[in-house]
Design a protein around this ligand. Structure first.
Ligand code: PMP
Length: 309
């Protein structure tokens, strides 16, 4: 997905020109994957552009840093404010994708990260659908990866760390080279974990099932949580439950969720059509409600919106 440059990027308390937002080649995080980050979206609403669940994303950023013993030199409130500043400074009234990154900078090398300087950047740019408009409308095909999700005692899966994504990238490339849109990773014990950057849901007999995040090595998704709330409000029962690959094959419907991807139907798993190979009614209703919620069209979900002005 190409990046469209905007004007300014926030770096350590200042808005700098896009082209000047560079780092030294000996930046620690470049060598050891020692950063933590977030992916956030802002959407246009009838009351102006609003960042979706901003405080929750920044809380998760700080939780990720805490797991890695990174002392962020700003408060959560400061980073929340800086994120709004980036949207405003770039005039992104039609919405955007935001990428806050906490990284260990230049000055120390070696596997002890503790003496390294801690830097923070926040970039934003307009970004279309992550898995394509066609995928959002008609569903994506997914393949169970030959790569397993990390064990939480090998690499902490609750931390959204840069290093963790080597695992996701391997799975993504394998899936794309095989002609699929996305990969599903199994946990070390063979249960379903998640996709490369999305959580997974299946619908069976009108109930929504998603793996238990801490047991399956999947991230505690903010979109996953939003979808659970929406589903319950629609009267659909939701539970976190261990799933095996045949639960995906036998699903009536399946979909994936993530800030970048949003809510995307799964039309096939390992070449087996899911629910006749097209988005099912529950998936479509949840997807419709999610898109209306992020755009400020449903009063009940207005608390999720953080207005920039
Ligand atoms: N799992 C992984 C591995 C991810 O990278 C993401 C995206 N942050 C998600 C799940 C979905 O999380 P969220 O809905 O909070 O974006």
């Amino acid at each position: 997905m190409p990046i469209t440059p905007t004007e300014k990027i926030w770096m350590d308390g200042e808005l700098v020109d896009w082209a000047d937002a560079t780092v030294h080649v000996l930046t620690h995080t470049m060598h050891y994957g020692s950063g933590v980050f977030e992916g956030i979206r802002a959407y246009p609403t009838p009351d102006g552009v609003a960042v979706f669940r901003l405080a929750d994303h920044i809380r998760r950023l700080f939780d990720s840093a805490r797991i890695l013993m990174i002392d962020v030199p700003f408060t959560e409130e400061q980073i929340v404010g800086a994120t709004r500043d980036v949207v405003r400074a770039n005039g992104l009234d039609d919405g955007c994708y935001l990428r806050p990154l906490v990284y260990l900078g230049y000055g120390e090398m070696g596997l002890n990260p503790l003496p390294c300087p801690v830097n923070v950047s926040i970039a934003a740019w307009p970004w279309g659908t992550y898995l394509g408009d066609e995928g959002v409308a008609n569903g994506v095909s997914v393949k169970i990866s030959s790569w397993r999700r990390h064990d939480a005692n090998a690499v902490p899966t609750a931390a959204k760390s840069t290093g963790m994504y080597l695992n996701s990238s391997l799975a993504k490339v394998e899936a794309l080279k095989g002609g699929y849109d996305e990969a599903i990773l199994l946990a070390q014990d063979g249960r379903v974990s998640e996709c490369t950057g999305e959580n997974i849901f299946v619908v069976r007999d009108g109930r929504l099932l998603t793996p238990p995040n801490s047991d399956s090595g999947s991230l505690d998704g903010i979109t996953q949580d939003s979808v659970e709330t929406i589903a319950r409000d629609l009267g659909i029962e939701v539970s976190h439950q261990q799933l095996i690959r045949t639960d995906l094959y036998l699903a009536d419907e399946a979909f994936l969720t993530g800030t970048a991807a949003e809510v995307v139907p799964i039309r096939a798993v390992d070449d087996r059509p899911v629910g006749g190979g097209k988005p099912g009614p529950i998936t479509q209703e949840i997807q419709r409600t999610y898109f209306a919620a992020v755009r400020g069209e449903i009063d009940r979900y207005k608390d999720w919106l953080d207005h920039v002005d």
